[in-house]
Write a protein that binds this ligand. Structure first.
Ligand code: TTP
Length: 537
């Protein structure tokens, strides 16, 4: 549920920095001969040349899209260079990209409060830096203005052929009559341009940025002029940005809420919300959501940049598209073991490097089954307290899977219906560890710390299986411990000849552990907002 937070009355300067075709850039830095060539990073599998997950801007010009498979991309652009994502434990290994993202964060974090929002996105609160610049060296006092600054886009000022655009940018930046909030944004432009140059110099990566007075507007703007460009949203241009923005493109409105606004209120764009009073929006959506909608349609959002350089959760997942869908418990167990191993490795390094430990383990899966009547039923996500150690995570993940599968199949899942037995297929699996807390300094040993916690790594998962999203049936889950053997006996492993409608597997998704906005939506993985299938991470 969106939360309506009042916007502070103080003017703020917020930037959203997003790396350009990030995995491609990381691969091009590794193999500089690929620079400038149409390139895509592909998650290889034997099915139609694998799925594209990142596409260079040169390849985009030839019509290559992320939704394509490798074979399609080659047909669209025969000279395309396809680079395979590194593989470990039979799945994509994203460590290379994670550490490249960390390099960027460590540069950006020097400028102010910094929130790492995903593997390649960062929010910065530059208010203090902008205030200082405005006081000490405002734009109009600068004799020389960097070329990169003058290439900035200013929403509301169009670039017409023949115009001396750089001159109009300079004029805008140096307006003496501008209100203070826009003057601060002008300083933000200079600061962000400088940061982007530093990132390029130190990492060889280009990035794009949106600069505005809140996170929501900065994020909406950052993608408008990619690659390697930046754009500012002056106060006067907020309505221009929002008025024609399709409602479903707005964060938190990609799913049911956005659909209900479309169907019940006839709202297609964010601007369409302006015709409704706050009371009317509250009547339709509840008090808090109504206020939130009223606010966002006016560009008001009080969400703060969180000072967070480390991920909020860790996750490891894999998709099993098309004919690769898993249909036996032994296969599920094999993959859960691999995923748990990777998760455990990441938890160990988080513990070692950052003295942090997660306290909740969650299993997510996507599945389908043979009976049409129920084919859209979601595979439930299940959580339990996290027990540290690879074998414990493996064991708990498998137990969570059992509990979820039993719920998914329902009371008749184990019995033949008519002449046919109901069967299941798993098309995505992921394990994630969340609720990460710092180990208090002064704790003399890690084991002592664990012993003092309720999530001591000694409990069996059967006492703690919970629904992930809501937990009304935790007690039901508690009593549902089933042995592997029993479950294997009641749930048929083989396809009994039923024809399945396969879901769309085309686009692999991005890293879960750093995509904080997305990881929480893992349980509803065919996410309304992103409409992407399960992650391979
Ligand atoms: P994005 O920031 O969405 O895209 P991008 O950086 O490739 O390109 P753009 O310049 O348009 O921002 O994703 C960052 C990385 O995350 C991307 O390089 C690869 C990975 N990713 C996936 O693995 N699967 C996905 O579905 C998406 C969207 C991204």
């Amino acid at each position: 549920m969106p939360v309506a937070r009042p916007e502070t009355s103080d003017a703020r300067v917020i930037a959203h920095v997003d790396m350009d075709c990030f995995y491609v850039q990381v691969e091009q830095r590794k193999q500089p001969e690929l620079r400038g060539l149409p390139t895509a990073v592909v998650q290889y599998n034997e099915w139609q040349g694998g799925g594209l997950i990142a596409v260079s801007y040169e390849a985009r010009k030839c019509g290559v899209k992320r939704s394509m498979r490798g074979d399609e991309a080659k047909a669209a652009c025969p000279e395309i260079q396809l680079v395979q994502v590194p593989v470990a434990r039979g799945k994509a290994d994203l460590n290379l990209y994670r550490s490249a993202g960390s390099e960027v964060v460590s540069i950006l974090a020097k400028s102010g409060k910094c929130e790492r929002a995903s593997i390649d996105e960062v929010y910065l609160d530059l208010t203090d830096a902008a205030e200082s610049m405005l006081a000490d060296a405002p734009p109009e006092s600068l004799e020389l203005m960097d070329k990169e600054v003058l290439k900035s886009h200013i929403l509301g000022i169009s670039r017409k052929d023949g115009d001396d655009f750089e001159e109009s940018v300079r004029d805008w930046l140096c307006r003496k009559d501008a209100d203070r909030r826009d003057k601060l944004l002008s300083c933000g432009i200079i600061i962000v341009s400088d940061l982007r140059k530093q990132v390029l110099k130190e990492t060889e990566f280009t990035c794009s940025a949106g600069i505005a007075h809140n996170k929501m507007l900065a994020k909406l703007a950052s993608g408008m002029n990619k690659p390697a460009q930046q754009i500012v949203v002056p106060y006067a241009a907020v309505q221009e940005l929002l008025s024609s923005l399709p409602i479903k493109k707005m964060k938190q409105l990609g799913g049911k809420l956005g659909t209900s606004l479309q169907t019940d209120l006839g709202v297609d764009t964010v601007g369409d919300l302006l015709q409704f009073s706050e009371t009317k929006l509250q009547e339709h959506n509840g008090s808090n959501t109504g206020t939130w909608l009223w606010n966002i349609s006016r560009g008001i959002s009080g969400e703060e940049v969180q000072g967070r350089l480390l991920p909020k959760s860790h996750g490891s997942g894999k998709t099993f598209p098309g004919p690769r869908a898993l249909k036996s418990l032994s296969n599920v167990q094999h993959w859960l073991n691999q995923l748990s191993e990777e998760l455990s490795e990441r938890l160990s390094s988080d513990l070692e490097q950052n003295k942090r430990i997660a306290s909740t383990l969650t299993l997510h899966a996507s599945a389908f089954k043979s009976r049409d009547s129920d084919s859209h039923k979601k595979f439930p996500s299940k959580s339990c307290p996290l027990r540290f150690g690879v074998t414990k995570i493996q064991e708990d993940a498998f137990n969570l899977f059992h509990a979820a599968l039993r719920e998914y199949m329902g009371p008749f899942g184990s019995k033949p219906q008519g002449n046919k037995q109901e069967t299941w297929r798993i098309t995505g699996l992921s394990v994630s560890a969340s609720k990460i807390v710092d180990i208090p300094s002064g704790t003399s040993s890690i084991m002592r710390y664990f012993q003092s916690q309720s999530t001591v790594p000694s409990r069996s998962v059967d006492g703690c299986v919970q629904d992930h999203v809501v937990t009304p049936s935790a007690s039901e889950g508690c009593s549902e411990q089933i042995s592997t053997e029993t479950q294997a006996a009641v749930i048929p492993e083989e396809d009994t000849g039923v024809t399945y409608t396969l879901p769309n597997f085309e686009t692999p998704d991005k890293d879960v552990d750093l995509v904080s906005e997305k990881v929480s939506a893992l349980s509803s993985h065919y996410s309304k907002a992103y409409n992407k299938p399960f992650l391979e991470v």
